[in-house]
Design a protein around this ligand. Structure first.
Ligand code: HSE
Length: 339
């Protein structure tokens, strides 16, 4: 499978490392072989080589700050125009892993359209295009006979979307409720252990959990983006941010956390979606609630459905290899369901 990566930050690099480290295992178990032919970033250069780019060399170059540190080889093209590469390159799938923007999802949304129109499968870790334009992209993918997959956008590599859309496809889901932002859950957990808010946020950033602009995390907007994605993918809705009730954790103090603790409760930033609408807000829940036991950057989601009642999935919701893993799983699904 020939791949183009748009964005080469924490997630793109995590994915590239997995591809490098698991190459033999993936070839043996699934006859899966992937080559990165293009990597395009907004401010750190863009490379294309029809014969494939070397992952170790790519990682070294980006660690030095810019893809221009990738050494010259015959056939290598530098500073390529992203749209032109998407249109012209011989590639099977485009992985959109630039950072999420919920205002207009650009320029990623336009790249997604171009990738699908030029007959490539599209896999996203970037939440913006799915949150804002899922139906349009899905229609385009169907018209082109290509797959649109975005497991990474909700709970990283923990298969929250796959569980709902494939695992329990015969059940009618009435509601999804969970902890869908790793950064805020990490901060709340650390504050419970006595750490100051700012220090906990700095740690979440250092660990690669937070968004490029962490106000999206602490303000509840990242979780809200995931509610938009759940609304579209599970309930066939196309809500806008303005349709949701969104509140973050900025106003939760250590004192609030202590008071809750004395009453046997914990603060959690809960995200909820039903066919009628969605919301994100901090809620005090009893410590015996399964969601109260979810600690650190771990996420959880409970689906309520007609046949199964409550089904809860708990697992990583952010992180370098944890999100990179979702991109790999989507590519394996593309291979499994036919290219
Ligand atoms: N910033 C996000 C989080 C990353 O903390 O959950 C995963 O979407």
């Amino acid at each position: 499978m020939r791949l183009i990566l748009i964005g080469f930050g924490v997630v793109g690099q995590g994915f590239a490392e997995i591809l490098r480290d698991k190459a033999d295992e993936l070839a043996q178990r699934y006859s899966f072989k992937a080559t990165i032919v293009g990597v395009a970033t907004r401010s750190r250069g863009a490379l294309y080589h029809p014969a494939g780019l070397k992952i170790d060399t790519l990682l070294k170059a980006i660690a030095q700050g810019h893809l221009n540190h990738y050494p010259n080889t015959t056939g290598l093209k530098r500073d390529v125009d992203i749209a032109a590469i998407l249109e012209q390159a011989d590639a099977d799938a485009v992985l959109e892993c630039a950072y999420s923007n919920f205002d207009d999802a650009q320029p990623a949304l336009e790249y997604c359209r171009t990738a699908l129109r030029s007959g490539k499968h599209l896999v996203l870790a970037n939440k913006g295009p799915i949150a804002l334009a899922y139906h349009e992209l899905q229609t385009l993918a169907r018209e082109q006979g290509r797959q649109l997959r975005f497991e990474a956008t909700v709970m990283a590599g923990t298969p929250a979307l796959q569980l709902a859309r494939e695992g329990i496809a015969g059940s009618h889901i009435n509601a999804a409720r969970g902890i869908l932002n790793g950064t805020t859950n990490y901060i709340l957990t650390q504050m419970e252990r006595g750490m100051a808010y700012e220090e906990a946020l700095a740690q979440a950033q250092a660990l690669g959990y937070a968004e490029a602009d962490p106000t999206a995390d602490v303000g509840g907007w990242d979780a809200a983006g995931k509610v938009l994605i759940l609304g579209a993918a599970l309930f066939n809705q196309q809500w806008k941010m303005a349709d949701l009730q969104v509140e973050g954790i900025e106003h939760i103090t250590r004192k609030d956390i202590e008071v809750a603790h004395e009453k046997g409760e914990r603060w959690k930033l809960l995200a909820e979606a039903t066919p009628e609408g969605g919301k994100v807000r901090p809620v005090r829940i009893p410590q015996y609630d399964p969601l109260a036991t979810v600690q650190g950057a771990t996420n959880a989601i409970t689906y309520t459905s007609d046949l199964l009642g409550h089904v809860t999935l708990v697992g990583p919701g952010a992180g370098r290899k944890e999100t990179g893993a979702a991109l790999l799983d989507d590519l394996l699904a593309i291979q499994r369901y036919g290219e």
